[in-house]
Design a protein around this ligand. Structure first.
Ligand SMILES: Cc1cc2nc3c(=O)[nH]c(=O)nc-3n(C[C@H](O)[C@H](O)[C@H](O)COP(=O)(O)OP(=O)(O)OC[C@H]3O[C@@H](n4cnc5c(N)ncnc54)[C@H](O)[C@@H]3O)c2cc1C
Length: 263
């Protein structure tokens, strides 16, 4: 984009004017609504909607009452401190879980501030054997035929937002089932996210991979079905050949092999 185009957008007086200018500059973009409204006023409205008690009960469910505040934090529209204070004022100690999750973001950022670009490589030795394959096309294009994983990728590509539990399941599938390099996957994921943040993203991928945690993160079908109310499995063409349909010990053996464990 030319410097004068950037100046024009910057000089636009109203949001509507800015929207029109962006549309004029990028006529081929389809303008899909990502579901997030930008700006401080919208961020404060989203913060006012946070219900810490409901968050406690439902945050692990895909349709649970999560805050969707991450793009506002990522782009500096809202601070973690004001979100924590607002939640505590509303619910006192009932805000514990919500504040605890904010602390994860703070922790990742502090590690990044301390270690800089080192977070782009293994922070620790992996506790199990991990792979270094590039990201496969069927994963990036939502064509794995696993209804869950394909729907998580469509969320990512269409809206730039994915629920935390879905991010965990997806990263685990990519790193441990498909043996993809966590770094290759994290770089791609970061570029698609509206809240893409080097610290939260890359360190979370490392947490799943076990290069920044004491063990790898993996899940089974029962866990995924519980927190998706079975909706994704019901429509999955591979439901009778589901790679997640096993007990945890069986999955651990399948993914890492008894002798392959480096723990
Ligand atoms: C593989 C992977 C990649 C991720 N990449 C990013 C990223 O690029 N940017 C990003 O902001 N978050 C990332 N996260 C963390 C988390 O998934 C998102 O912050 C959260 O899903 C955002 O949705 P929300 O605002 O509705 O979260 P809520 O559940 O409503 O949580 C409230 C806030 O707490 C913080 N938070 C919640 N869970 C986590 C977590 N596990 N780690 C760090 N902070 C958390 C976020 O700031 C979030 O906005 C990643 C997690 C995983 C597993």
């Amino acid at each position: 984009m030319s410097e004068s185009s950037i100046r024009e957008i910057t000089l636009a007086k109203t949001r509507a004017e800015r929207h029109q200018q962006v549309r004029d500059l990028f006529p081929t973009l389809d303008g899909t609504d990502c579901g997030f409204e930008g700006g401080r006023a919208a961020a404060l409205r989203a913060l006012a909607r946070v219900d810490p008690a409901a968050y406690n009960r439902t945050r692990n469910h895909l349709n649970g009452k999560v805050s969707r505040l991450s793009p506002y934090f990522r782009h500096g529209v809202l601070t973690l401190a004001e979100a924590a204070h607002a939640a505590i004022k509303r619910s006192g100690s009932g805000a514990y879980k919500f504040v605890f999750e904010l602390a994860w973001r703070d922790f990742w950022r502090r590690v990044w501030a301390r270690d800089g670009d080192a977070i782009e490589a293994d922070m620790e030795r992996a506790k199990v054997r991990i792979g270094d394959a590039p990201l496969p096309k069927d994963v990036a294009n939502a064509q794995t035929e696993l209804a869950c994983m394909d729907s998580f990728v469509r969320d990512l590509r269409e809206t730039g937002y994915v629920h935390n539990h879905a991010r965990m399941w997806f990263a685990s599938y990519v790193v441990h089932h498909r043996k993809v390099s966590w770094k290759a996957a994290a770089d791609w994921y970061y570029g698609e996210l509206l809240d893409g943040d080097r610290a939260s993203n890359h360190l979370s991928w490392q947490w799943v991979a076990s290069t920044f945690s004491s063990k790898p993160y993996f899940f089974n079908r029962e866990n995924l079905e519980r927190y998706t109310d079975g909706a994704l499995c019901a429509q999955c063409t591979k439901r009778n050949a589901c790679p997640f349909d096993a007990s945890y010990p069986a999955l651990e053996k399948k993914l890492f092999g008894a002798e392959a464990s480096l723990r």
